[in-house]
Write a protein that binds this ligand. Structure first.
Ligand code: NAD
Length: 482
C-alpha cells in the first residue's frame, strides 16, 4: 500500500473517531467521502482535480514568468535530490524494469526544456510592430504510462508549466501511488517557495471513468496522452485536441560495410534495448543484420554479455509471454502477457528452464522476420535478430516491423548513402545512426529529452512550445522607432 493511501486512510479514521467521540456519527457509520484527502494536489476524482487546477492556473498567471522559472528549478532539483528514493518507490510499486535505470531517468529531467524555449517572434516595419507569442492553454489533462510514471510526470510538468499551464494527471493505475507521492511533494515545495497551490493535480485512484471525466471537464482545454494504442484511440475520440505520444516498435539495422565496430554495435544495442529491461518506447526491439554482418553481430552480442537462446528455448518462452484470445480463430491476435513486460532477462530465461547469470542484460534469438517477437511491441529484454540479404531488404523488413507508427529507428553503418536511404524510408520521429536509441534523447547524443514523444500526432519530442497557443498582437503605426 502506498504512503499516500495509508495517510489518507489515517485521516479518514481520525475524522471518524473524532466524530464518534463527539457523538455525531453512530458506531457503524461509513467514513465521509474525502474529496481531497489532505494531500497537496491529490484528489479523489478528476472533476474536483480539474476545478482545483483551474485555481492553480489563475495563481500562476498572476505570479508571471518568474514563478514559472522557479517552479521548473524546484521540479528539476527535486528529481535529482529524490532520484534514489522515488526510483525505489516506483520500482516497488510497478515491479517492472530496473532500479538503476529508474533512477537514471529521474536524473535525466534536468535536460527537459523550460521557459528558455519560448522566445517570442517580433516584427517591425512601416506599419508598426507585431509580436507573436506562445500563450498557455490553461489546464492540461495528462495521461501517463506505467513504464515511466514519475519521469513522464516530471517532464510534463517542466514543459507544461514553462508554457504557463496547470495540469491534472490521470496516471496508469499501476504507477498511481508513486505519482501521487511525487505530485504531493512537488506541490508542497511549490506552495512553500512560490505560494501557489494545486498547480499540479492528480487522481489518487485513476480509472477509465476518471479518464473520461478528465477529458470531459470544461476546464481542460488540451490533452497529452503518453501510452499505447488503446488510450491514443480513446483520446482521439473525445473531440478535444490531443497531443498523442503513442506506441512504437523500433527496429535497428546493422549494415555489412567496412568500418563497423561490431563490439560497439553490440554494446549500443544492449544499452538501448536493455535500458529499463526494454521499457523505453524508443528502445531497440528487433535487429535486422545484413548478410555477413549477421553472424558478426550475433557473436559480438554474446561477447558483450547477451545470452543466445536456441529455437526451442525461444518457443517455450514465447508460449508463456504471449497469450492468445480464447476464440483463437483466423483473426485472433497475440497479446503480451503483462507479467513479463519489463521482466529481467534471467526471469524470461527461467521460463525455458535456464539458470543464467542474474546480471545478464539481454537475451537474443535468431528468428524469421514474421516472428511474434519481431512483430509485437513486447517490451522485454529479448531481442530477435533476423538476417537480410542486402541493405534494401533490411530497410523493407525494418519498415514492416515498425507498422507505420513513425516512432523510432536505429542504424549502424558507415555508408552515408545507406543512412540517407533508410532515414527517408522509415520516416520516423527519431532516427539514430551509430549510437544507442537513448542518444536520440540527448543521452550520448546531442539534444534535449522528454518522456512524451508525440509520434502519433506529429509534434515530436515535446517541448514547452508543444503546450502553447499561438497569439499575435499588432500595434499599428506606433513604436516602430527604427
Ligand atoms: P497503456 O496504453 O497500457 O497505458 C497508458 C495510459 O493510458 C495509462 O494511464 C492507462 O491507464 C491509460 N489507458 C490505457 N487504455 C486506456 C483506455 N482504453 N482508455 C483510457 N485510458 C487508457 O501503456 P503502458 O503499458 O502504460 O505504456 C507502454 C505503452 O506506451 C507502449 O505502447 C509505449 O510505446 C507507449 N509509450 C509511448 C511513449 C512516447 O513518448 N511515444 C512514451 C512511453 C510509453
Amino acid at each position: 500500500m502506498s504512503q499516500i493511501s495509508e495517510a489518507a486512510i489515517r485521516d479518514v479514521v481520525t475524522e471518524v473517531l473524532t466524530k464518534l467521540q463527539q457523538g455525531t456519527v453512530g458506531p457503524v457509520a461509513t467514513p465521509a467521502v474525502v474529496k481531497n484527502p489532505g494531500h497537496h494536489g491529490v484528489f479523489e476524482d478528476a472533476t474536483s482535480a480539474a476545478t482545483a487546477a483551474a485555481g492553480g492556473f489563475e495563481q500562476l498567471q498572476k505570479k508571471g514568468w518568474a514563478a514559472r522559472s522557479k517552479i521548473i528549478e524546484i521540479v528539476k532539483q527535486m528529481c535529482a535530490d529524490n532520484a534514489d528514493r522515488w526510483g525505489q518507490v516506483e520500482f516497488e510499486e510497478t515491479k517492472i524494469g530496473r532500479l538503476d535505470h529508474k533512477i537514471a531517468k529521474l536524473h535525466g529531467i534536468r535536460n527537459v526544456l523550460g521557459t528558455e524555449f519560448l522566445n517570442p517572434h517580433g516584427m517591425s516595419g512601416d506599419a508598426g510592430i507585431t509580436m507573436e507569442e506562445f500563450a498557455p492553454w490553461g489546464v492540461i489533462g495528462s495521461i501517463t504510462p506505467v513504464t515511466h510514471s514519475i519521469p513522464t510526470i516530471a517532464g510534463n510538468i517542466v514543459n507544461m508549466v514553462a508554457a504557463g499551464n496547470a495540469i491534472v494527471f490521470n496516471p496508469h493505475p499501476g504507477g498511481a501511488a508513486c505519482a501521487a507521492l511525487a505530485i504531493h511533494e512537488f506541490n508542497e515545495a511549490i506552495k512553500a517557495e512560490v505560494g501557489i497551490s494545486n498547480l499540479i493535480c492528480t487522481v489518487e485512484k485513476p480509472t477509465l471513468d476518471s479518464f473520461n471525466d478528465l477529458c470531459a471537464a470544461p476546464e481542460v482545454g488540451l490533452l497529452c496522452i503518453t501510452g499505447g494504442p488503446a488510450v491514443v484511440d480513446a483520446a482521439m475520440k473525445t473531440g478535444k485536441r490531443a497531443i498523442c505520444a503513442g506506441p512504437g516498435n523500433p527496429p535497428v539495422v546493422v549494415d555489412d560495410c567496412p568500418g563497423i565496430n561490431f563490439d560497439k554495435v553490440a554494446r549500443n544495442i544492449i544499452l538501448g534495448g536493455g535500458f529499463d529491461n526494454n521499457l523505453l518506447c524508443i528502445g531497440e526491439k528487433q535487429i535486422f543484420a545484413v548478410d555477413q554482418s549477421y553472424k558478426k553481430t550475433v557473436d559480438a552480442m554474446v561477447r558483450n554479455g547477451a545470452f543466445l537462446l536456441n529455437a526451442s528455448q525461444l518457443e517455450t518462452i514465447k508460449k508463456e509471454v504471449f497469450t492468445f484470445r480464447e476464440d483463437d480463430g483466423g483473426c485472433s491476435h497475440p497479446v503480451v502477457n503483462r507479467e513479463f513486460v519489463g521482466a529481467d532477462a534471467a526471469k524470461l530465461a527461467r521460463i525455458a528452464g535456464l539458470d543464467i547469470d542474474p546480471t545478464t542484460e539481454m537475451l537474443i534469438a535468431e528468428t524469421a522476420e514474421d516472428d511474434l517477437f519481431v512483430i509485437e511491441e513486447q517490451m522485454m529484454p529479448l531481442l530477435p535478430i533476423t538476417q537480410a540479404t542486402c541493405f534494401g531488404e533490411a530497410i523493407r523488413m525494418a519498415r514492416d516491423s515498425e507498422h507505420g507508427y513513425k516512432h523510432s529507428a536505429m542504424v549502424h553503418t558507415m555508408n552515408v548513402a545507406n543512412m540517407t536511404e533508410m532515414g527517408r524510408a522509415m520516416d520516423t520521429t527519431l532516427y539514430v545512426k551509430n549510437g544507442p536509441c537513448v542518444a536520440g534523447l540527448g543521452m550520448g547524443g546531442e539534444g534535449y529529452i522528454s518522456f512524451s514523444i508525440a509520434t502519433t500526432t506529429g509534434e515530436g519530442i515535446t517541448t514547452p512550445r508543444t503546450f502553447t497557443r499561438f497569439r499575435r498582437c499588432a500595434l499599428v503605426d506606433q513604436l516602430n522607432i527604427v
